[in-house]
Design a protein around this ligand. Structure first.
Ligand code: ADE
Ligand code: ZN
Length: 324
């Protein structure tokens, strides 16, 4: 089954590139940039990755990304992930990146986007891995900041496949970002948003009604509202589910308790993703394998889930045809 999962043509639609920063690379970038880490070893970093909820993870995630300073660092970060993903049979990666915490540390947007974009071009050439860029806004900062970043990104609008919305969900409903998402829509940029990870089903509804998103990231709490489930099914709205993330952040207690089987039974358009693989115990292969073991999924189910992602990915039709 492990071989089948590796060979399965996989597209990853929900990946925070800053969350792919492995402790080994964190140490080498810290050394290159003369940054002192609050850890003595790689093992100590890994041991610190015990989370109670989303916020306890975000605290370490924002701290970890502090080693990223130059365009070269962002390039190395992305290439490091692309090589690992490619070795697991991932053929397409859509990477969220969070400009705001980098800008707040005095890093230029150019360094972030140009480093990532250079890695994307090399991945296509060297690994036959296609990619898409999703510029995410952190919802626990003011909407005005997000709007400023969107305007500042004008030289890169053409390169963005979508904007996204992430970070601490509680108390930061999608409605806070209506104007930013309206602006992106006017610019012709697609929109996705995290909703219903820790937040209530009403946030999923808001993301659909007010932000006009084409995908919901996570969305697992939709099951608390049967009318919403029916709507998501009718609209064939993709959910980018992240099983190991949900276990690590205690959205569910154990993988066996994950609502994926109910979501599947409800006829929803689901995809499997890793979210922040360096923090949550593995990439795409580990996520597929954990689900297969927990739910006894057949090859047919695994194939369906992998195809779903390719069908709704931001990729040109020739590439989609090649992967399907
Ligand atoms: N940023 C990185 N990972 C995230 C997650 N799982 N939820 C919200 N924001 C995030
Ligand atoms: Zn996420």
């Amino acid at each position: 089954m492990q071989d089948f999962i590796t060979r399965l043509p996989k597209a990853e639609l929900h990946l925070h590139i800053e969350g792919s920063l492995e402790p080994e690379l964190m140490f080498s970038l810290a050394e290159r940039n003369g940054i002192a880490l609050p850890y003595a070893s790689v093992e100590e970093v890994r041991a610190a990755y015990q989370f109670d909820d989303l916020q306890s993870f975000l605290d370490l995630y924002y701290q970890g990304m502090g080693v990223l300073r130059t365009s070269e660092d962002f390039f190395d970060l992305a290439m490091d992930y692309f090589r690992r993903a490619s070795a697991e049979g991932v053929l397409h990666v859509e990477l969220h990146f969070d400009p705001q915490p980098h800008l707040a540390r005095g890093i230029e947007l150019e360094a972030v986007i140009e480093g990532l974009a250079r890695a994307c071009r090399l991945a296509q050439r060297e690994l036959d891995l296609s990619t898409a860029l999703i510029m995410a806004f952190v919802r626990d900062r003011p909407a005005e900041d997000a709007m400023q970043v969107l305007e500042r990104a004008a030289p890169y609008w053409e390169m963005l496949d979508a904007i996204g919305l992430d970070s601490a969900e509680h108390g930061h409903p999608p409605e806070k970002f209506v104007e930013v998402f309206e602006r992106a829509r006017a610019l012709g940029i697609a929109r996705v948003a995290h909703a219903g990870e820790e937040g209530p089903p009403a946030y999923i509804e808001q993301a659909l009604d007010l932000l006009d998103v084409c995908r919901i990231d996570h969305g697992v709490r939709c099951l608390e509202d049967s009318a919403l489930v029916e709507r998501l099914r009718e609209e064939k709205m993709p959910l980018t589910v992240c099983p190991l993330s949900n276990v690590k952040l205690k959205v569910v207690e154990r993988i066996e308790d994950h609502p994926l089987p109910q979501l599947l039974d409800a006829g929803l358009l689901l995809t499997i993703n890793s979210d922040d693989p360096a923090y949550f115990g593995g990439g795409m292969r580990a996520n597929f394998l954990a689900c297969q073991r927990a739910f006894g999924w057949t090859e047919t189910t695994l194939l369906r889930l992998a195809r779903n992602a390719i069908e709704v990915a931001f990729m040109d039709e020739a590439r989609r045809h090649e992967l399907l």
